[in-house]
Design a binder for this molecule. Structure first.
Ligand SMILES: Nc1nc2c(ncn2[C@@H]2O[C@H](COP(=O)(O)OP(=O)(O)OP(=O)(O)O)[C@@H](O)[C@H]2O)c(=O)[nH]1
Length: 295
């Protein structure tokens, strides 16, 4: 192995809708491995891993920034900031070409001084003339001491290699944490739980109970069909109704969103059964939804 191999943790942050998910998915794709070679040094959940010849990029979840809820930033300021930035090596702040608004100003205030922040200027495909980005770069470079500024289009895949090259420099020299190509159904299982978790975050917004977790209890494959049994685990009985929603509608929406994304990712039908479990005891009688999807 390359003795200069680098491995590090990255947080992708930014205002809602700037393209964080598009960027992360473009970089990571479905290639996720959960076989850790050594103890994880992060408290974060891993969103995805990209391994190249020279480096391993480990993308961590940044829930505070993934919520579309208008109070997401307040919430983040109150309690998530430290944990979002703890343990990562590089922060990728994503903005849209030509747009630096209040959201960006607020986020910039929270950036830690001791971590490299790479500014990603996304959606440059929208610019009629790519040179239009130059005055914007000049402007934003004065707003924070960015380690690098990289214009790109996450959707079109333009400039993403340049981003990786720019980011790799800030990762510590260290062997990979994850196996490079170990794509097994365990990794699909992992992706399934991450997708469901993300849908919970999105749909519950500010109501997201503390300590909520997802457990994939069964993951079976028959041809192209995957049968997945997932439990959403909450701390207290009162949290269950929050997740389930009126007449089970919320959990149904969450599960449908999750199933659709799983089907796209896995390239086949998914039969997803989801229910809510209160930590410490099963609540099968309250099983919210029996079978979803596979229509
Ligand atoms: N034109 C263009 N659109 C993009 C690009 N990247 C993302 N988008 C679009 O921007 C919208 C938001 O993208 P997401 O990746 O969901 O943004 P996000 O920052 O993850 O959003 P939240 O999860 O709500 O915080 C989607 O409609 C994307 O298709 C890009 O490079 N160019």
């Amino acid at each position: 192995m390359n003795s200069e191999f680098r491995t590090g943790y990255l947080a992708v942050i930014g205002r809602p809708n700037v393209g964080k998910s598009t960027l992360t998915n473009r970089l990571v794709g479905a290639k996720v491995s959960i076989t850790s070679k050594k103890a994880q040094t992060t408290r974060h959940r891993i969103h995805g891993v990209l391994t190249t010849d020279d480096a391993q990029f480990i993308f961590v979840d940044t829930p505070g920034f993934q919520m579309t809820h208008k109070n997401a930033l307040n919430r983040l300021m109150n309690r998530s900031v430290t944990s979002t930035f703890a343990d990562v090596d590089v922060i990728l702040l994503v903005v849209e070409a030509g747009r630096w608004g209040n959201g960006e100003t607020e986020i910039a205030k929270m950036l830690p001084a001791d971590k490299p922040v790479v500014l990603v200027i996304n959606k440059i495909d929208r610019l009629a003339d790519k040179a239009e980005v130059l005055p914007f770069i000049a402007k934003v470079s004065g707003l924070h001491d960015f380690a690098e500024i990289v214009p790109l289009s996450a959707e079109k895949g333009l400039g993403t290699d340049a981003l990786l090259a720019a980011v790799a420099r800030y990762l510590p020299v260290s062997p990979p944490v994850f196996e490079a190509d170990d794509i097994t159904d365990r990794s699909e299982r992992f992706m399934a739980s991450e997708i469901l978790r993300e849908k919970l975050f999105r749909n519950l917004g500010e109501e997201l109970p503390y300590g909520i977790a997802v457990e994939i209890e069964k993951f079976e494959q028959e041809g192209d069909l995957r049968r997945i049994h997932a439990a959403v685990i909450v701390d207290r009985d009162g949290h269950r109704s929050i997740v389930i929603g009126k007449a089970g509608e919320r959990l149904k929406r969450i599960s449908t969103d999750a199933r659709k994304e799983m089907e796209t990712l896995f390239g086949g039908k998914v039969w997803l059964e989801t229910w809510v479990k209160v930590k410490g005891g099963w609540a099968d009688d309250e099983r919210a939804l029996k079978s979803l999807g596979y229509d």
